[in-house]
Design a protein around this ligand. Structure first.
Ligand code: 0X9
Ligand code: ZN
Length: 330
């Protein structure tokens, strides 16, 4: 537990062990919550950080896509920074908000993606001689979806297409169970998204900012995902706040983020978590971060980039909150 670091990626057991360690070390400021269980029966755990009562809430959803390991690494770094940073900007955002952080939402998919080097016995016949050789397959490492079977052939739905907000609208999700963007047989068919939604509803009155951590591409995205033809009411503010965050990110190491709506900047995506939270009420500011990089290593971002990615993200969030305060969101 003490050798938990941000120079390597960790599996679910280690992340949960570290959360326990944090809870023991900071009993005043932290509390644990469990939003529910995954399809395979794992607990989906979160950490609340609260220095004083009645702070506005910030909700952080991370690793809803299994292979996006940088997101839980960044979420745990954020937790650590909020509790231990010497930087007064970080101390201020720790003290003046209630943080609800779920490092790994898609626990089943995440565990599966960690079983990534499996040796498969391959039988080959070369000139009447039979050989058996071990071939490493890396297939699981790139898993994205949940692990609930939805057809005899294919497993999982895309949890970020499974929320009950314009579900399946405008071709922003697939109805094919084998697709990587399968929306599921109905909204909230996945226990993970249903648990997240129920928990979010229980605190939504207090939440002003919803953050969804994804990778990759270096984007700060906001509603809507399901359409390009309609803009959210506070489009100007959403843009200003994201622009300020992108500037702060670029200031630290020069990393360039692109800002815009999901549908306008990326592609039409319906039933996403941050859009759902925005439409549900509560969070008037809702963003999807797509972390490093821009495709060079993609989902396999080297572990030595965890700390720089997390540091610039932290600066981005500090700037975001400053900007939102200027616009009277808090
Ligand atoms: O397609 C997605 O779900 C996200 N990109 S990723 O490469 N991480 O899969 C973008 C999601 C943004 N969509 C909404 N917020 N609607
Ligand atoms: Zn993602």
């Amino acid at each position: 537990r003490d050798d938990f670091s941000w120079t390597a990626y960790h599996n679910l057991d280690r992340i949960y062990g570290w959360l326990d360690h944090i809870l023991e070390t900071y009993p005043q400021e932290t509390s644990a919550f469990v939003i529910g269980k995954s399809f395979e029966g794992r607990e989906i755990r979160g950490l609340k950080i609260s220095y004083k009562p009645n702070n506005p809430g910030i909700f952080v959803e991370s690793n809803i896509h299994a292979r996006e390991w940088i997101t839980s690494a960044t979420a745990t770094y954020l937790i650590k920074a909020l509790l231990t940073s010497n930087d007064t900007n970080v101390q201020n955002i720790a003290r003046n908000f209630d943080w609800y952080i779920i490092p790994v939402v898609n626990v089943d998919g995440f565990v599966y993606s960690h079983q990534h080097v499996c040796l498969e016995l391959l039988e080959v016949t070369i000139q009447f001689q039979e050989y058996k050789i071990n071939v490493p397959i890396f297939q699981n490492r790139m898993w994205r979806k949940t692990r609930q079977p939805h057809s005899s052939l294919c497993i999982g739905a895309d949890p970020n297409r499974n929320f009950d907000s314009y579900w399946m609208a405008n071709g922003g999700a697939s109805s094919q169970p084998c697709s990587e963007t399968y929306g599921g047989p109905k909204p909230f068919s996945e226990p993970e998204t249903l648990a997240l939604a129920n928990f979010y509803r229980s605190i939504s009155r207090k939440v002003t900012l919803y953050l969804a951590f994804h990778s990759y591409g270096q984007y700060i995205l906001f509603p809507y995902g399901h359409t390009n033809k309609e803009a959210p009411k506070n489009l100007r503010d959403l843009t200003t706040v994201a622009d300020d965050a992108a500037k702060a990110i670029r200031n630290l190491y020069g990393t360039r983020y692109t800002v815009g709506t999901v549908a306008g900047t990326l592609y039409i995506a319906s039933g996403g978590g941050s859009d759902w939270a925005y439409n549900e009420g509560g969070a008037r500011l809702a963003y999807t971060f797509e972390f490093r990089d821009k495709g060079n290593t993609g989902f396999l971002l080297p572990a030595r980039q965890i700390i720089p990615n997390a540091e610039e993200t932290l600066d981005g969030i500090v700037a975001m909150l400053k900007s939102a305060k200027n616009l009277a969101y808090f």
